[in-house]
Design a protein around this ligand. Sequence first.
Ligand SMILES: Cc1cc2nc3c(=O)[nH]c(=O)nc-3n(C[C@H](O)[C@H](O)[C@H](O)COP(=O)(O)OP(=O)(O)OC[C@H]3O[C@@H](n4cnc5c(N)ncnc54)[C@H](O)[C@@H]3O)c2cc1C
Length: 410
Amino acid sequence: MTTVVVGAGIIGTAIAHDLQKRGRQVVLVDRDAPGRGASFGNMASIAVTEFMPSSRPSVWKQIPGWMLDPEGPVRVRPSYMPKLVPWFLRFIAASRPTRLEELEAQGAALCSRALDDTLDLLRETGLSDQISEEGCLSLYADEGEFKADREHIEILERFGFPHEVIGRQAIKALEPELSDRIGMAVLFPQNRSMKDPYKLVLALAERFVALGGRIETGEVAGFVRGEGIREVVLKDGRKLAASEVVICAGAYSAKLAKELGEPIPLETERGYHTQIMAPGITMKHSIIWPAKAFMVTPTAGGIRVGGTVEMAGLDAAPDYGRAKVTVKRAKEALPALRCEEFTEWMGHRPALPDTVPILSASAKTKGLFYATGHGHLGLTYAATTARLMGELITGAKPAVDLHPYRVNRF
Ligand SMILES: Cc1cc2nc3c(=O)[nH]c(=O)nc-3n(C[C@H](O)[C@H](O)[C@H](O)COP(=O)(O)OP(=O)(O)OC[C@H]3O[C@@H](n4cnc5c(N)ncnc54)[C@H](O)[C@@H]3O)c2cc1C
């Protein structure tokens, strides 16, 4: 009985590892080496407080204004707009008040266990030293900015996520490099960060192989199905026999789901990072500044600055101007930040219009499963996703009711 996991990002690798541990014989297949997709360069944050649906009216009502601002946090490339219409209509449909309440609860159900599941996975794999002890600071210049983010804090209060509002002196004591412009902050102690999210994928892949799992390099081009799933067909003609297949191809999962007759409305929300090797400052906490829409994370290789959403599809060339805008904004919070030795990167967040991922058995094909659409929270959700998918696939009762995350909900 072979389970083929398609896609060796953080999601596929964590699932492959979990299933191998549960006694399945697993083949993890990727067209590239493990961890070279979105999981390579994300902002490294176990961001358990960031599950709010992006379809909240308070967010999407700002989109027209952002679109007119070339440095705004969301950009849609004009040539891509027509292709985005069906996704955007579903995004608007996900903004009904009753639907928003459901989506908040569904995000909270995953996030409320995400840190514990991550810590368990790290402990079990000998990687406990890869996560920070410190949390994340959400920054506000003044009371007005804080009030604008009040809805976020209220949702967290409703679901019992710990946080602490602190003033200028306490902020300075925690992060002396922060500008005096920052008048208030909220400390989220559970939002830890990984030293290097790419190395986490590599370490999990290594452990998966040590447990007897196999990694194949090849592009998945199709599938052979009979009564259930039978084979995974690679572009070079090779075929991998499979009694179970799990689709975890990140933003590319939509192509495979369509091939399997189960289309999903998955888009790419492209994001950028700048990894600054010699930033001239040190930090302990990650920071976000909601009004300026950027994040800074201390990582093993210096300081990582990132954020922004760009809707331009899977094939358009990166626009590194987006990365430069986030660095400019970060310097407003961290005046001594230098950006001299750096690399820039763009990655594809797999984004569903209602923000919550698909964690599901196929509604059409026996033995076929999907774990995709983790959007801005793939690293955060990885350990929880792996556990829940491991339970689902091996017939155990998943620790969270997975009905809301089904593939045919759209
Ligand atoms: C700028 C940025 C910042 C982010 N910050 C955070 C953060 O701080 N915290 C957080 O939790 N999340 C964050 N995210 C989101 C997170 O990175 C993603 O949700 C996560 O990496 C998705 O993982 P994945 O395994 O689904 O996809 P990927 O990592 O993209 O992996 C998919 C894999 O599938 C393979 N593949 C695709 N098609 C095929 C095919 N046909 N055949 C074979 N292989 C195929 C690809 O090669 C790739 O390796 C961020 C994302 C970005 C872009």
